[in-house]
Design a protein. Sequence first.
Length: 449
Amino acid sequence: MFHKVLVANRGEIAVRIIRACKELGIETVAVYSEADKDAMHTRLADESVCIGPAVSTHSYLNIPAIMAAASLTDAAAIHPGYGFLAENAEFAEIVIESGYTWIGPTPESMRIMGDKVKAKQRMAEAGVPLVYGSPGAVRTVEEAKAVAKDCGFPLIIKAASGGGGRGMKIVHSEPSLPSAFSICQSEAGTVFGDDTVFIEQFLEEPRHIEVQVLGDGHGNIVHLFERECSIQRNNQKVLEEAPSPSISQETREAICAAGVAAAKAVNYEGAGTIEFLLNPDQSFYFMEMNTRIQVEHPVTEWITGVDLIEWQLRVANGEKLAFTQKDIKMKGHAIECRINAEHPFKFTPSPGKIELYHAPGGRSVRVDSAVYTGYSIPPYYDSMIAKVITHARDRQKCIRRMQRAIDELAIIGITTNQELHKRLLANPGFQAADFNIHFLERWLKQMID
Ligand code: MV4
């Protein structure tokens, strides 16, 4: 195993990775910005290197500074976490070419999946179900009109270099198509440096279901079942669970098999996630693949017993998976609530000093966080400050346990979305698992009236 890993991230995921390294006897290097001198990841790592000022473009996104830190500390491998440089194929290539191990998929897999048009073409070849739409890029308004004739309205225009809900435009009828197309295309050019767009039928009431996969670079790829991620707002997930309460066993087998087929089509190595949209009739379609560890990985860890960060490290080190698909069993139900430093209903950020932090505990409660009493949340980064994860034999017991855990959580000094979670967990529609990707926004809207 590597003697030393550099963690190119901050917050709870940096702490999660440092903890996994410690358990494997790997030394750790944290990199931190000037705003993160007192951050938990800076303190928990064996060594810490300041890589620049608070603004992330000058620190956590500063490739030369991160490479210098790796050289200075003689790290053997780099783990990117999520966000920041995690899905930057060029960074992965620099890491590898500089002689370090990249703890992630090959730059080649990252490039294909990072280009949504290329990804869809590869998925089509692999027999993964796709939403009806343009066979590839759409270059002109005339072409867009022809595609619209074929797939009808509403439709959605997406940037090939977008993803995670960025660079998309929904079009409800013919008259608004030309301007929507031109705007989407030019915005894609300015935001992503690539004006390639494509068109799909717009699914109106889907659920968001994603499949966790793990590949070892020796030809072994397994799935670790699915997560239900429909409870979101502005493309930001608020609560996730595993397994999905909304699919039949038959659909589960089909969607997980599609996830494995998708990963195999790019010879995937490491931990990855295939996002699908699920229609009310249980038909499902590939959306995109996230070539990184995700925020919500703990719910999968809990229902399968597999330590995903440990396996990211092991497969990056060249080890084979020690289990096959039939060894992976699903046990019970897990839910994750994302605790954000923001107003619970207005969603305005609330940085500042945490006067008191008390994490919940007790049976089957896990808290992944990087805050502590006396810590000041800097205003420069993501507002997520903790993840509360619970596990139980079934969904109802898991919800009850989460209600108990959220009640126990105490954060004083800043505003958090704790109250949103309390109301959500008590909502009959949530409890009955009667929801789709629009549930949270519709519920918030009618709460204001
Ligand atoms: C869609 C869609 C409806 N129809 N594509 C948003 C994130 C990105 N992964 C894909 N997204 C969507 N693609 C078609 N053809 C609706 C969304 C979408 C969405 C998907 C999952 C979770 C939240 C969402 C919020 C808005 C839009």
